[in-house]
Design a protein around this ligand. Sequence first.
Ligand code: SER
Length: 318
Amino acid sequence: MKKILITGACGQIGTELTHTLRKLYGVENVVATNIRRGSSETVENEGIFEELNVTDYNRMLELVKKYEIDTIMNLAALLSAVGEKNPQLLWDVNMNGLYNCLEVARETGAMVFTPSSIAAFGPSTPADLTPQDTIQRPTTIYGVSKVAGELLCDYYFNKFGVDTRGVRFPGLISYSALPGGGTTDYAVHIYYEALKNKKFTCNLAADTYMDMMYMPDAIESIIQLCEAEGSKLVHRNAFNITAMSFCPEDIKKAIQKHIPEFEMDYEIDEVKQKIANSWPNSLDDSCARAEWGWNPKFDLEKMTADMIEKLTIKLDIK
Ligand code: SER
């Protein structure tokens, strides 16, 4: 990776990835792009920034050629819950965006990183310690696009030799930018509400287990996988990775250790609950550990301490 272009750079992952890559690879070697300006001051002003709608192939090709890009990190996407409200738009952005990245990479020789998700699994997948290679019959348009994306990336590698790589991200928790309409978002919002109001209304049932990860580990996984020796990768595009599995009651208790007066009640969102129920409780990430050394640093306790510390500063809580 010498010159990197990031799509969706102002999103939840992109904001932090852009910042870290600029530090590691040099401000002049990272091109942050987003559908429009006005979403993130730091991403847009601390280095190179270009407007890019990922469904516009010609514009993507122009930017990749202009900056002599060798790595495309494709983070522009709609998430699971918002996708159920507009499946056509999700398909357009998530699938055509990825297709354009792959086609541009085929033409220019760039590498493509694109995330898959726990959403690539469905109700018929084994829910506990979900294996790397297993049944994938998701029931959301987001999940369908993720399975199609995993297969398309495999295809471009096998057919055209495009160096494609990817992980199946669990719910991602962070304090810089908010997630945009996912099923796991409650695990971000809960920290903001705990600090601001000492109470939170959870939209998933108390015992809904899902895999989760703190953003520093997620960023590390992208860099580690992209820097890994390609010949060692067996599962190039869809590595199960996880850092923790918890339910709303678990995260509530973890927060109460820092804010004892914190209270939580429940108002179930039926759409999100159905999606969450169709996803695994916990993934088996042994292939990622074996093939490229995946090893997360944050568990629920450590993440909670850090989130509370960082958000206390960000929200100016006295
Ligand atoms: N966090 C995502 C979502 O909830 C899963 O990839 O949609």
